[in-house]
Design a protein around this ligand. Sequence first.
Ligand SMILES: [Zn+2]
Length: 86
Amino acid sequence: MEIRYDRTGQPYKGERFFSRGKPAQCPKCESPRMVLILYGLPGPREVAFAKEGLIALGGCMMTGDDAKWECWDCHTCVWPVEWKPQ
Ligand SMILES: [Zn+2]
């Protein structure tokens, strides 16, 4: 069985959250501070935004299965729900 890791390098424990749009609050700790995860090499502006808690920096590594939002308080990641036609 394939072992999967989240973007903090921790193995998944089968807990994964999905949302259709940006979550209003964290599904785990109910914090309202959900931020967009920005992938790629950050510029000075992105680093400044991240310091203020406006975005999270996801790094350059993309797996094709990446979370889109992250809780600023407990770092729970939320994946976007893919819309599939019936
Ligand atoms: Zn949280």
